[in-house]
Design a protein around this ligand. Structure first.
Ligand SMILES: NC(=O)c1ccc[n+]([C@@H]2O[C@H](COP(=O)([O-])OP(=O)(O)OC[C@H]3O[C@@H](n4cnc5c(N)ncnc54)[C@H](OP(=O)(O)O)[C@@H]3O)[C@@H](O)[C@H]2O)c1
Ligand SMILES: O=P(O)(O)OC[C@H](O)CO
Length: 329
């Protein structure tokens, strides 16, 4: 089976590693960086992300032209930050997606349209949601590189697609399961990045573990209100695809969003924090989309409101922090 992976960052690299464990799969891997493609072809490592991971050339072929990477594959996995997805897929048209399953590994929203990734793919490339799935769960790329035990949940309205893809990703150190709650896991993934960013900001401002625990508990309630309003369904929010994903991002040393927020809380500008990070904090873009959508939804979202006020309204950090403190319980 041929599987295309779109993206050259940490998560794409981790996904290629996981899929390489499966003897049934050949991987066609696209990234925008031509030098990195050459490096992988010659030296079998991604030079910039998870560079210790080695790829077997008979299993993994790297491409710089996206049309070559998707040729003949049955599954396309999207693993670029949401802000760069439209640009990355620019050379593809409807025919490149015909009869293929599309799996989103992205935990963000399309900034220009404020769409979930699967809605964007449905609208632009006419791939119905039943042919799409999302990869969810608490799993940092860096830990995949070290083969630390991890759990992923694959969500699709077509449960057999979710189960089949979950089966492909199951390996010695990754255990997978399948659910049907596509929108639920996508919105949760977007929200947990916003929450981690806000946790980072408050930590940078001097808040401790006590406050963070209150933030995370309130965040679960914020997520619950959001999901009840925009994607009502029966779901187990304590499952690892929801609560677990929130916890790992809010607490892990590997969290980009938390680190980014922490720098903002310590007084860095957005530009400086982005330069310092060298990786993408999805939450930065997601805050803007969720705040915009909430102008219509009108859901009580104090943590999103706080992050938006600090990042986009340039309000006083201290004033916004005080107002956040008064909104939590
Ligand atoms: N990292 C994780 O542990 C993890 C886990 C689960 C889900 N995710 C999700 O996976 C998605 C990808 O994140 P990531 O962690 O792999 O990101 P990352 O490691 O920060 O890599 C960023 C990627 O974006 C590309 N990029 C940067 N600026 C760009 C631009 N202006 N135009 C086009 N491409 C650009 C980079 O290409 P160059 O290297 O060429 O600059 C690189 O391939 C995100 O939605 C994230 O939430 C990540
Ligand atoms: O945990 P972070 O902040 O690195 O976010 C990246 C991904 O969204 C993790 O799920």
């Amino acid at each position: 089976m041929k599987v295309s992976v779109i993206g050259g960052g940490s998560w794409a690299t981790a996904i290629v590693k996981i899929l390489s464990e499966n003897s049934r799969i050949n991987i066609r891997w696209w990234m925008r960086n031509a030098d990195a493609v050459e490096h992988i072809r010659k030296l079998h490592h991604n030079p910039k992300y998870l560079s210790s991971v080695e790829f077997h050339p008979s299993k993994v072929k790297a491409y710089h032209k996206i049309k070559d990477a998707v040729k003949g594959s049955e599954i396309i996995i999207l693993a670029v930050p949401a802000a760069f997805l439209a640009e990355s897929l620019n050379d593809l048209s409807l025919k490149h997606f015909e009869n293929k399953a599309v799996i989103s590994a992205i935990k963000g929203m399309i900034p220009e349209t404020h769409q979930l990734v699967t809605d964007f793919i449905k609208e632009k490339y006419q791939v119905p949601l039943e042919r799409q799935a999302a990869i969810a769960g608490p799993c940092h790329a860096e830990e995949v590189a070290f083969e630390k035990n991890s759990y992923l949940t694959i969500a699709s309205p077509d449960i057999s697609l979710a189960e089949n893809f979950a089966d492909l990703m199951n390996c010695r150190y990754v255990r997978t399961s399948a659910i049907s709650d596509l929108y639920g896991v996508e919105y949760t993934a977007v929200m947990k990045n916003i929450v981690a960013l806000a946790c980072g900001i408050t930590h940078g401002l001097g808040a401790g573990d006590n406050f963070q625990a209150v933030m995370v508990s309130n965040a679960m309630l914020e997520i619950k209100r959001l999901l009840s309003a925009v994607a009502p369904a029966e779901r187990e929010l304590n499952a690892s695809a929801y609560l677990g994903d929130l916890l790992v991002t809010a607490y892990s040393q590997f969290s980009r969003n938390r680190s980014f927020g922490n720098m903002i809380g310590r007084g860095y500008s957005v530009k400086t924090a982005q330069l310092e990070m060298n990786m993408i904090a999805e939450g930065y873009y997601a805050v803007k989309s969720i705040a915009k959508l909430n102008e219509q939804w009108q859901i009580d979202m104090p943590i999103t409101r706080f992050a938006h006020a600090v990042l986009y309204e340039k309000n006083s950090l201290k004033k916004e922090f005080n107002s956040l403190k008064n909104s939590l319980f």
